[in-house]
Design a protein around this ligand. Structure first.
Ligand code: NDP
Ligand code: 8X3
Length: 251
């Protein structure tokens, strides 16, 4: 039977690539984000391959999250796969000079936003006694790097939430797992450096960074395993990267 996936942060990067990969695999899609034009153009592109429904909301807004998910039409309301992907880093500053607005954004989006979306979808999965939640963590959730402080904290929280969800939802037969990428070339660094494209581009120069399609392929692999197989926690690095602070770059 055709599955339905709900993907947050589908307007860019890993989320958009995952929507495209799932669409090729014939998975029905609920695509989400704040940038409506991008959602509409993705919907148009994917409509030829699968059924697509667009939801525009900010994951920070608890009521908007609830209203959006409750507004799903009947044929999209049974959610089999939730990809908790929406998130970003904001700033890269030492703790003593970091911006509280940046800290709020990272905790509100990466942690609380993921929880708000999950809170509405989990009861549906419990009722179905099936479902698959993929939490997009990061290597920043496995180790801390200088100036990464609060972004790393937000992704360590995702790591903890992923483990906790798996335990609490175990009795309902719901699969829970995380995919934790290293450096992926998306709009991530443009957001982190607030539109300073030169600084953002430098992050991915001198080595072959992961592409969002690489992560999308892996997420598709994870969700297409037999139901008794749960890939619980994956770390994916570019070959040139050995840790958050060790990347072999061309001279
Ligand atoms: P992008 O900036 O390309 O994509 C981020 C996505 O998140 C966009 O679709 C954006 O949509 C959405 N988003 C951001 N804030 C909100 C919000 N308040 N409400 C709703 N949606 C929001 O980055 P990536 O694709 O790289 O990032 C995706 C995930 O992967 C993040 O969780 C990130 O932490 C993680 N990650 C990224 C890595 C990398 O190196 N790129 C490595 C490891 C993990 P919109 O702006 O339209 O709302
Ligand atoms: C994104 C990877 O190293 O920029 O989560 O934190 S990193």
């Amino acid at each position: 039977m055709k599955k339905t996936a709900f993907i947050t942060g589908s307007t860019s990067g890993i989320g958009m690539a995952t929507a495209k990969r799932f669409g090729e695999g014939g998975i029905r899609l609920v695509i989400c984000g704040r940038r409506l034009e991008r959602l509409k153009s993705l919907e148009k592109e994917l409509n030829t391959k699968t059924e697509v429904h667009t939801l525009q909301f900010d994951v920070r807004d608890k009521n908007a999250v609830e209203n959006a998910i409750h507004s799903l039409p009947e044929n999209f309301s049974k959610i089999d796969i939730l990809v908790n992907n929406a998130g970003n880093a904001h700033g890269l500053d030492p703790i003593q000079s970091g911006s509280t607005d940046d800290w709020d954004a990272m905790m509100d989006i990466n942690v609380k936003g993921l929880l708000y979306v999950s809170k509405v979808i989990i009861p549906k999965m419990i009722e179905q006694k099936s479902g698959h939640i993929i939490n997009i963590g990061s290597t920043a959730g496995k180790e801390v790097y200088p100036n990464g402080n609060v972004y790393c904290a937000s992704k360590h929280a995702v790591d903890a939430i992923n483990q906790g969800m798996r335990m609490d939802l175990n009795e309902y037969g719901i699969r829970v797992g995380a995919v934790n990428p290293g450096l992926v070339e998306t709009e991530f660094s443009k957001v982190r450096f607030k539109g300073d494209d030169r600084r953002a581009d430098k992050v991915y120069k001198g080595f072959k960074a992961l592409q969002p399609e690489n992560i999308a392929d892996i997420i598709h692999f994870v969700v297409t395993r037999p139901y008794h197989v749960n890939i619980a926690d994956l770390v994916v690095l570019p070959t040139a990267q050995a840790s958050s602070t060790m990347v072999k770059k061309d001279d």
